[in-house]
Design a protein around this ligand. Structure first.
Ligand code: FAD
Ligand code: FES
Length: 422
């Protein structure tokens, strides 16, 4: 063989190897793209920003107040088209800060109603794992009721379903909330989602599985039937792919087309007997989110079973009282002599607050006083109320900015007698 032929062979081999490397790279990127159907390309028009107030030392970016987002796409997630996911990318095109799976976004909407325009503030849980290009929320349409009560349809949820389209712009506060996965722990997990309460669980689950967590994870998902189930194919796919994840779908009123053992694992609601009979009940951390009756029975039942309260995390999407933790539960012995008078100046009511009464929001609700609330976690600012006299305290500093002379009812407790403008 001549030197020239040898050189030709070596050159051909080198070119083939380079081409193979390039093709493998493209193939992997294509596979990754396929596996992440929710991924949204960053807007091409994204202007580079130099606003330093958005930067954290670690390079992550967060924001205070409201930031403008554009809806990239929307996807119905259930057979009845009552739950719709919205994928949101920031208009400024800068990367999104990570969030804790389980947290929520707060939206400010300008909505036209029969009585004219109004501004609504509503919270929606992030339903996907953290990613730097977009957020996802999944919103259930709240219908009106026709019975004796004749309640009107939910304003925000119907606005999202009927008017928010790809290209719509929305004002959004940064992810917040204390109900989120304990990422430091490697303890096994039980996630319980009832109805639309599945959304924070989806985020936790997607995050755990994406990061290759080996934590044993059970998802108990309660709905009436398969038509109501959100993201059924995705959940079943995850259950098939991950040996540490166990999906337990519970249908209280299965349809004839729902196949036992395939579409659902349990006929009935998620209750303590189901958990006790299915789980070894050793060392689990519990995360629950669902309708009031589910929470009202499960939380005390878990405690009665000996689960430490610190291992039971729960969130309600509206006013929810849990027996044993409800506003007028008896005060603990050590606090029994603490009592302050709270006066609601507009309604002219006076009540006594004791430590067992919880937050001022819970106290007002227990008295039947109408109060606006959103997150119930000190983040959205909706429950801000004028404090005419007295002082309040917060167990943990709230995220929302509080105007001087005001307090956030959902997070505050009196430090002495006080008067609220309610
Ligand atoms: C932390 C958190 C996370 C959440 N995450 C999600 C989520 O992921 N997905 C989701 O879909 N929802 C979620 N929610 C619930 C969501 O924030 C809204 O509460 C929900 O969409 C209903 O809002 P709306 O404006 O549509 O209804 P609203 O207009 O507030 O009405 C709510 C209900 O009250 C009734 N009503 C309206 N007016 C009156 C009246 N005058 N008197 C009596 N009743 C009346 C309505 O008929 C309706 O049944 C979350 C809530 C919180 C606090
Ligand atoms: S309800 Fe959101 S801050 Fe109080």
């Amino acid at each position: 063989m001549t030197t020239g032929t040898l050189a030709l062979i070596i050159a051909t081999l080198l070119i083939t190897q380079a081409a193979a490397l390039l093709l493998t790279g493209y193939y992997r990127r294509w596979q990754k793209h396929k596996a992440e159907p929710g991924q949204v390309a960053p807007p091409l028009t994204a202007p580079p920003s130099s606003r330093a107030e958005l930067l954290r030392p670690g390079g992550e970016q967060t924001w205070s107040g409201f930031r403008e987002f554009e809806v990239q796409r929307r996807v119905y997630e259930d057979g009845d088209r009552q739950i719709c996911s919205f994928y949101l990318a920031p208009v400024d095109g800068r990367p999104l800060p990570p969030f804790q799976p389980g947290q929520f976004l707060t939206f400010r909407l300008s909505v036209e109603g029969p009585g004219g325009g109004q501004t609504l503030t509503r919270c929606y849980s992030l339903s996907d794992r953290p990613r730097s290009d977009c957020y996802r929320v999944s919103i259930k349409r709240v219908p009106g009721s026709t019975g004796a009560e004749g309640l009107p349809p939910g304003r925000s949820s119907n606005y999202f379903h009927d008017h928010v389209e790809p290209g719509s712009r929305l004002q959004v506060k940064a992810p917040a909330g204390q109900f989120h996965l304990d990422q430091e722990s490697d303890r096994p997990l039980v996630l319980v989602g009832g109805g639309i309460g599945i959304t924070p669980m989806l985020s936790m689950l997607e995050h755990l599985l994406e990061t290759g967590s080996r934590r044993e994870t059970w998802l108990f998902y309660g709905v009436r039937n398969g038509v109501e189930m959100v993201m059924q194919p995705r959940l079943q796919q995850l259950a098939e792919q991950h040996p540490y994840f166990h999906l337990y779908s519970c249908f209280s009123q299965p349809l004839e087309s729902d196949r036992p053992g395939i579409d659902y694992q349990h006929r009935g609601r998620v209750d303590i007997d189901l958990l006790r009979n299915t789980l070894p009940m050793a060392g689990y951390q519990f995360y629950l989110c669902g309708p009031q009756p589910m929470m009202q029975s499960l939380v005390p039942d878990l405690e009665a079973l000996g689960i430490h309260p610190a291992d039971i995390h729960y969130e309600a999407f509206g006013p929810a009282s849990i027996p044993g933790k409800k506003p007028h539960a008896p005060a603990q012995q050590a606090d029994s002599d603490i009592a302050f008078e709270v006066r609601f100046s507009k309604s002219g009511r006076r009540v006594t607050w004791q430590p067992g009464a919880g937050s001022l929001l819970e106290l007002a609700e227990a008295e039947g006083i109408e109060v606006d609330s959103g997150c119930r976690a000190g983040s959205c600012g909706v429950c801000q109320t004028r404090l005419e006299s007295g002082e309040v305290g917060y167990d943990t500093p709230p995220d929302a900015d509080i105007e001087s002379g005001h307090c956030l009812l959902c997070k505050s407790k009196p430090k002495g007698d006080l008067v609220l403008q309610l």
